[in-house]
Write a protein of this length. Structure first.
Length: 301
């Protein structure tokens, strides 16, 4: 991304950050020009999206396969009903991928440049609950405490990202969901460690804090070591849950269009720690492409 575009993105994000305390997150009726919606109550049936507390709705244009988010204050539900019994019958893989979606919300909100003390606290609580409960919810779906804790984690992660936004993991994941119907949580889970790795040392200090919150490291662990341990632990979680490192549906000829969509979604809105334009985002699609299998003759050689 060139210098001028970077300045534009950072200025746009700073204005949003300064406006944050004045935005009507809990009193959407003050937005004069918007029609008041009927009473909206949300009952989450997975522990992942956080939609029960966010201003975001995501739709896919059936013609263009463009999947994008609509953000508006009246979309914030008035009440959220977190009933763990509703999630008891979720199959293990859906439990894992939706839980990793919640983890991605917390991490992306936390490492972005527009977090507040409140959203950082929400994100840390979410990360701690996910590291403590997702494995149990995955292996023993009828564990009501693990299910309840995951619902709370997803809610806290939603509280964090509705104000502090997400990042390139979500932007790229949405493009994959729109084009190939890759489930959202799965796309996020596959992508998350790749994108964190790519942000590099810019986010080490923040990942260190999340690693401490998650109980992976102590406060005495060196920053870089803790950050890497956090990313490694996400990789291990994926492995335990049977989540791979590739999205086999990706076709090379689609990549320019997909990265264009991801760029449009994320820039300048998402306060990501390292800015990347469409060309730079292409690398993530290549990372996720399935490696070509060696030809029989090569294998024999
Ligand atoms: Zn998400």
């Amino acid at each position: 991304m060139n210098k001028l575009e970077k300045v534009y993105c950072r200025t746009y994000q700073t204005i949003f950050k300064l406006a944050l305390p004045f935005l009507p997150y809990r009193t959407p009726e003050v937005v004069g020009s918007v029609k008041k919606l009927p009473l909206l109550m949300a009952v989450p049936t997975t522990a992942g999206t956080g939609s029960e507390t966010t201003l975001a709705a995501v739709i896919t244009d059936a013609q263009t396969r463009h999947k994008y988010a609509i953000n508006d204050f009246p979309l914030i539900p008035r009440y959220a009903v977190l009933d763990p019994k509703v999630t008891l019958s979720l199959p293990p893989f859906v439990t894992a991928t939706t839980g990793m979606d919640a983890l991605t919300h917390a991490v992306e909100a936390y490492i972005g440049n527009s977090s507040t003390r409140g959203t950082r606290k929400n994100a840390e609580m979410a990360v701690k609950l996910i590291f403590e409960n997702l494995d149990t919810a995955y292996t023993n779906g009828s564990d009501i405490d693990a299910r309840r804790n995951m619902l709370h984690a997803s809610y806290y992660a939603g509280c964090a990202f509705t104000k502090s936004y997400v990042g390139y993991v979500h932007a790229v994941a949405h493009s994959l969901g729109g084009e190939y119907n890759v489930p959202h949580g799965l796309a996020n889970a596959v992508l998350l460690p790749f994108v964190l790795q790519e942000y590099g040392e810019t986010i080490h200090q923040k990942l260190y804090k999340l690693a401490v919150a998650a109980g992976i490291c102590t406060k005495d662990t060196p920053c870089e070591q803790a950050a890497n341990a956090f990313i490694d632990e996400i990789r291990s979680m994926k492995q335990r849950f049977g989540i791979g490192n590739t999205i086999p549906e990706i076709r090379e000829e689609d990549i320019p269009k997909l990265s264009h969509y991801a760029d449009k979604e994320a820039n300048p809105l998402y306060p990501v720690p390292v800015l990347m334009d469409a060309k730079e985002l292409e690398k993530f699609y290549y990372m996720l492409m399935e490696e070509e299998k060696p030809q029989a003759s090569d294998a024999d050689a």
